[in-house]
Write a protein that binds this ligand. Sequence first.
Ligand code: SF4
Ligand code: SF4
Ligand code: F3S
Length: 266
Amino acid sequence: ETTPRLPVIWEHFQECTCCSESFIRSDHPIVADIILDKISLDYTLTLMAASGHQAEAAKKATMDKYKGKYILCVEGSVPMGAEGQYCCIGGRSALDILKESAEGAAAIIAWGSCATTGCVQAAKPNPTGATPIDKIITDKPIINVPGCPPIGEVMAGIIVHVVAFGKLPELDNAGRPKAFYSKRVHDSCYRRPYFDAGLFAETFDDENAQKGYCLYKVGCKGPSTYNACGNMKWNGGVSYPIQSGHGCIGCSEKNFWDAGSFYDRD
Ligand code: SF4
Ligand code: SF4
Ligand code: F3S
């Protein structure tokens, strides 16, 4: 009861904000419990009531008071082209803002494929020079949480882990929490028996698709995608892309936009 809530600064750079949208839909733990009881979300462009100079002052106060203690969350990639001018907030480049807010952070959480691998902005020809966070900040512990977006309960679970244990979760060699990214979507897919039996949908509307057969031949990337979708599902465990009739596009894998993820089996 006397422990202060963990201060968190959440930056938004080149992104679509659906990582935040996913986070606020976390069902277990429910996100209100995290924001009201576990952390002090002192700065986030999308969820805070303050704006302008008032908001920037709140961020500065947190950076000064909790230097070396706050968690920095980053949603979005950082454009390195044109000296960072492609993404500016309040007249400052994302690159400049990131370096400042990372300096006093205890650790960084990179949300989503934008912040971890560059996502759609980094797809060829990557006109802005979109760059993931761990290629820019190299002197801080970074948790990479890929996915476009990541599952809300995964995001919430990582924050709760950091709050509860006071340390980062165990990570793999790509900086991803092993608890959520150690298995392929294929490993927990309920259509896996059809894959093993050689029963495949050949098109999205054929008889085999209607029977719920495996979607591998219509482009499913589950066999090469590491994520928890088959186990945790989305929207509080309701469904996930494959259950909705569409193959996995590998949204948590590096360069999935350029890797033929959309309907290209090769
Ligand atoms: Fe949006 Fe995907 Fe980037 Fe998240 S990773 S901000 S969902 S484009
Ligand atoms: Fe694997 Fe995709 Fe088939 Fe599921 S639908 S069994 S993930 S190939
Ligand atoms: Fe993404 Fe594939 Fe899951 S597309 S949401 S990793 S099923």
